[in-house]
Write a protein that binds this ligand. Structure first.
Ligand SMILES: C[S@@+](CC[C@H](N)C(=O)[O-])C[C@H]1O[C@@H](n2cnc3c(N)ncnc32)[C@H](O)[C@@H]1O
Length: 450
């Protein structure tokens, strides 16, 4: 097994050799790498999300392996890349995730507010602000002076110090006013999470980069050391500008479905919801990327966003399945594949992006390499799936969430292996025969193709 550094510098030939002894290669060119960074619908980058994959990767499989009107499912949907891309291509996108933050982002994208709904609601909130401001400014000032605030509105001190007093008061007001069960308010809340922090004037705080929240203790120390004071940012104006960016393109062609729950029973819940809505209740394609082995803490690294949404970051991390060791991880994936079966058509194709992890928070681990092979032999094959092959996606060091742990951890995931499976022999043959199909990379998609 190569060391971390060895893995980083593995030549393409060596990789090919390693694979040749493992799994058959599927001839799908990773054309998604050649597309510009923000290829796809402007809803995709609504809010950054750790370990999300590019919309172009989703397109490479959706365009090849599904037709307009088909159901495309992702049981680990994250920020909703697959269901959104499916909807943008006239498919019915269904995204499931156990993380309420991921669910909110997915729901905002597949059941979005129209531009008129979002702008009208924002205008109402802005108009009501002057009447409400005194109360929220007073509360904000009290919290910033004493984050515990006598238990009235306990806010983590790192949240309180991230914003200018007026911005903070506006956020407290918005947080109170937005009803996350309403699709318009949810869309505004999701858009707000995307502008909470980042290093430019379009963000509400410049304390942290946009990608993820830095560790709270680091933030406190940094703020104390540098005497950090956030510039004043008007939440309504910044959110209005964010809406302009999001609505640069028409809404996705087809609405989709966002489900909140465990991937192990996502199949049954997806089928039931599709049936209730009078839609075809089986997916012809699954495109998904399960949580990486022991890599991401979705609550901890999103604590400012989860605070704004009223979610408990620690509870999120306690529930999600990314802290597994290899053996229970494989059992988990087998359960997921078992549960998916009931929601698949006979000729369904399942595309699984499996990250090969060589380091865990900066430390070398040896269980990640060759993981895709084990996912195939220990999780998919025993559940009766048929292997069409594996496509390769070399992930550039420093890209993705691996930046989290600095330079060394920037090499946490060197190579994604993309397992392409048939639900049956029919699905496997379909996967093989469509693999080499040329697909259209024009964006927005040509309507006649839908
Ligand atoms: C690698 S990410 C998927 C990212 C997604 N492809 C995107 O583009 O945003 C894995 C996801 O699995 C979710 N997850 C972890 N355990 C889960 C479980 N038991 N059931 C459903 N989702 C889970 C995490 O919340 C995370 O969003």
């Amino acid at each position: 097994m190569p060391s971390t550094r060895g893995a980083t510098s593995l030549a393409a030939g060596q990789l090919a050799l390693e694979l040749a002894t493992e799994l058959p290669r599927l001839g799908i060119e990773p054309e998604w790498k050649a597309q510009q960074r923000l290829w796809g619908h402007p809803f995709h980058p609504m809010c950054s999300y750790l370990a999300s994959f590019p919309a172009a990767l989703a397109h490479a499989f959706i365009a090849r392996y599904s037709r307009p009107g088909d159901v495309v499912l992702d049981p680990f949907a994250g920020r909703g890349t697959v269901p959104l891309q499916a909807g943008a291509e006239g498919r019915i996108g269904v995204g499931n995730d156990l993380n309420p933050f991921a669910h909110l982002l997915t729901a905002a994208k597949v059941e979005p507010a129209t531009p008129a709904e979002a702008r009208t609601r924002l205008a109402r909130l802005r108009l009501a602000w002057p009447g409400a401001a005194a109360r929220w400014l007073a509360l904000g000032a009290a919290i910033q002076a004493d984050p515990g605030n006598g238990g009235r509105e306990p806010v983590p001190s790192e949240v309180a110090l991230a914003f200018h007093p007026t911005t903070f008061a506006q956020l407290l007001y918005l947080r109170d006013a937005l009803d996350l069960h309403d699709h318009v308010d949810r869309f505004l809340a999701a858009a707000t999470t995307g502008i909470l922090h980042g290093k430019s004037a379009s963000y509400l705080s410049e304390l942290m980069p946009n990608t993820f929240s830095m560790a709270p203790r680091y933030v406190r120390d940094f703020a104390a050391r540098t005497g950090f004071h956030s510039a004043e940012r008007d939440v309504f104006r910044c959110l209005g500008a964010k809406l302009d960016r999001l609505y640069r393109a028409p809404l996705p062609a087809s609405p989709g479905i966002a489900l909140l729950g465990d991937a192990r029973d996502a199949g049954a819940r997806a089928a039931a919801t599709l049936r209730v809505r009078g839609m075809p209740d089986r997916a012809r394609l699954v495109v998904t990327s399960p949580p990486y082995l022991r890599v991401v803490k979705y609550g901890y690294y999103n604590w400012l966003r989860t605070w704004f949404l009223g979610f408990d970051a620690a509870a999120i991390d306690a529930t999600l399945d990314d802290a597994h060791h290899r053996a229970p991880y494989l059992v988990f994936l087998r359960d997921v594949l078992h549960g998916l079966r009931r929601a698949l058509t006979d000729d369904a194709i399942v595309v699984m992006v499996v990250g090969d992890v060589a380091t865990d928070r900066g430390r070398t681990i040896h269980t990640g390499m060759g993981l895709a092979g084990q996912v195939w032999s220990e999780a998919a094959a025993p559940e009766g799936y048929k292997l069409a092959g594996v496509a390769l996606d070399e992930v550039h060091a420093g890209r993705k969430m691996t930046k989290l742990w600095g330079d060394e951890a920037g090499r946490a995931t060197q190579l994604d292996r993309i397992l392409v499976l048939g639900a049956t022999e029919l699905g496997r043959r379909r996967a093989l025969s469509a693999a080499a199909l040329p697909i259209d990379w024009t964006w927005p998609p040509r309507l006649r193709a839908l």
